[in-house]
Ligand binder design. Structure first.
Ligand code: AMP
Length: 576
């Protein structure tokens, strides 16, 4: 397939607002591909060259892309910059400038999808001295053989700003629609994806006719994390799942550790490799005496002198301040292991929790700093509540109750895990929202030029980000300066396509920074688009930022459906 054909499809996808239509467009594109082209194409649509957990960034800076565009269009860099300012993005600038150039239509110089992909891969893998020049020349070569529309997407891709507005769920639906004409296979494809986090591999297998049920957990393929539902009382939890394991909810850093044949990898909640940051966890995993293992836990820094645990926020701050080695010595980490997903060649994700836990307790009996999470087993709401109060009294966030009979539900929020947290105002929980824009300061704050954030939750049904709060408090002056610097770099000229907003901030930003927000309550508001029906949406009253969540990505944020459920809980609580 020619990359120019891919570009034609991309421009149609980009112009589509409906998620279903978008999947139908992707299905048409996929059906024109050869089998071996499916995997690279899926990565490209995702904006990557490999599954995201490989961390292979394409990494061409704007400055270098400008140079490549100048070289191929025969314009000066200044002219390219001027066009960029006018068009608002470099991809459109390249398209415009190349359309003014006489086109060479030599078939031999045309880019195929595979040629473009291999060049992208090379660009991503180049590093060290002279690598920028080599990257520029690879991009220039692609641009030389490109149609103007093709240039738009080549440049955007290399800048990491493809912005088709397509998420993994739309790609999964497209695969099913391509083969079945409807979404009937989506669930099975999603299950396979949840187990290996590699949509390219899953798509290739699906299209080759392999059963999605053959997918199982494997070392060094991170499993998409299970998520917790929320209820608001011990009674409700016992009513829902009966006798259950009630575990301490540690406010630390979630880790998924894979170890096999002397190799260890540690993945974050976003499935990014962070092995190098935790040498003490790596060496402990190597000493377990297992052949192969995948387990999950929550890591907290521990101060042995004061017998005190540090929260996620403090752990990260200390790591930045002291460096990795000093931090490991002074504040050793403890990883509270709460699930076992794979052991000695066997996928355990379909085993009941009670069996997984029994194995976990055996493996981690004497494995400091890897220790089983603290838990009790009960079917008595009073006992659950006492335990909750004890843990909150010790400074923990609350509890997570676990259904003893459930498998590990990768990548999904199900009632297999239920969290009960100490409350914030009247709200039963904090909210994780993504920043989509920011405001400049007024009055006293003007000095910092930072006036607040516009934050969104995710409507999973439409794939859109919907605004829920304008946040003007909760930040220290240092935080304001940092936030502003960070957000300045993520600025966009216009509203990102996936954002649905009635408010217009002073600057839009690429939705990538996630924050935890506390609020007094959820209210109805005509200003916010979260769950909007007619003129009314949901909003947070007195929202304040609690922390920036480096460990969460925009796909991990609170959903509109969760906000609606929290609103109902709040109503119920008032009537009780
Ligand atoms: P939340 O991020 O508030 O939705 O709560 C779920 C998170 O709690 C998980 O992603 C884990 O990082 C964390 N967590 C802390 N302790 C546990 C535990 N014992 N079991 C499962 N998750 C836990």
């Amino acid at each position: 397939m020619l990359f120019s054909d891919v570009a034609e499809h991309f421009s149609k996808i980009e112009a589509t607002a409906s998620r279903l239509e978008m999947s139908a467009q992707i299905a048409r594109l996929l059906s024109e591909c050869k089998k071996e082209e499916i995997r690279p194409l899926i990565y490209i649509i995702e904006g990557n060259v490999a599954p995201a957990y490989e961390g292979l960034d394409i990494g061409i800076g704007e400055k270098f892309a400008i140079r490549a565009i100048a070289q191929t269009s025969g314009r000066s860099e200044r002219e390219v910059l001027a066009e960029y300012k006018k068009a608002g993005d470099l991809g459109s600038a390249a398209e415009k400038l190349l359309s003014k150039k006489a086109q060479l239509s030599l078939a031999s110089s045309q880019n195929t999808l595979m040629k473009a992909y291999h060049s992208f891969l090379k660009i991503a893998k180049l590093s060290g001295a002279g690598s920028q020049e080599a990257k520029i020349s690879l991009l220039s070569e692609l641009l030389n053989g490109a149609t103007p529309l093709e240039a738009r997407y080549l440049v955007r891709f290399c800048l990491g700003k493809l912005r088709l507005g397509v998420g993994d769920p739309s790609i999964i639906d497209a695969l099913s629609m391509m083969k079945k004409g409807d979404k009937s296979d989506s669930e099975a494809i999603l299950r396979a994806f949840n187990l290996c986090s590699d949509l390219g591999e899953v798509a290739e297998a699906y299209i080759s006719g392999k059963s999605m049920a053959h997918f199982s957990a494997q070392p060094f393929k991170p499993i998409r994390p299970a998520l917790a539902e929320r209820l608001q009382s011990a009674e409700e939890i016992i009513e829902k799942i009966g006798k259950c394991a009630v575990e301490a909810k540690y406010d630390g850093l979630r880790m998924q550790v894979h170890a096999c044949d002397g190799r260890v990898e540690i993945y974050s909640r976003k499935l990014e490799k962070m092995t190098h940051m935790f040498p003490e966890i790596t060496s402990a995993a190597l000493k377990l005496g297992t052949k192969s293992i995948i387990f999950e836990g929550e890591a907290l820094a521990y101060n042995p002198k004061e017998k005190k645990y540090y929260s996620f926020q403090q752990t990260i701050q200390r790591k930045r301040k002291y460096g990795i080695d000093a931090m490991s010595k002074e504040f050793p980490l403890r990883l509270f292991v709460f699930d076992l997903l794979y052991l000695d060649g066997k996928d355990l994700t379909l085993e009941r929790y009670s069996s997984r836990r029994a194995m976990l307790e055996k493996v981690f009996r004497n494995a400091e700093p890897l220790v089983p999470s603290e838990q009790i087993i009960t079917d008595d709401p009073k006992r659950l509540e006492e335990y909750f109060n004890k843990l909150v009294g010790e400074g923990l966030e609350g509890i997570i109750a676990k259904d003893l009979n459930q498998p590990y539900v990768a990548g999904a929020r199900k009632f297999a895990w239920i969290k009960l947290k100490k409350s914030y105002g009247e709200l039963a929980d904090t909210i994780d929202a993504v920043i989509v824009g920011y405001y400049l300061g007024k009055g006293q704050r003007k000095e910092f030029e930072f006036g607040g954030l516009l934050a969104c939750v995710l409507n999973e049904e439409t794939g859109k980000l919907e605004t829920i709060a304008k946040i003007g408090s909760g930040f220290s002056e240092d935080e304001m300066v940092n936030l502003q610097k960070m957000l300045e770099e993520a600025r966009l000229k216009e509203r990102p396509k996936e954002v649905n907003s009635k408010l217009v901030p002073d600057f839009w930003v690429k939705p990538k920074y996630v924050i935890t927000v506390a609020a007094d309550e959820i209210t109805l508001s005509p200003m916010h688009t979260c769950g909007m029906v007619g003129e009314t949406g949901y909003a947070l009253r007195f929202p304040r930022m609690i922390s920036l969540r480096d460990d969460k990505g925009p796909e991990d944020i609170t959903t509109t459906k969760e906000i609606m459920a929290m609103f109902e809980m709040q109503k119920k609580r008032r009537h009780d």
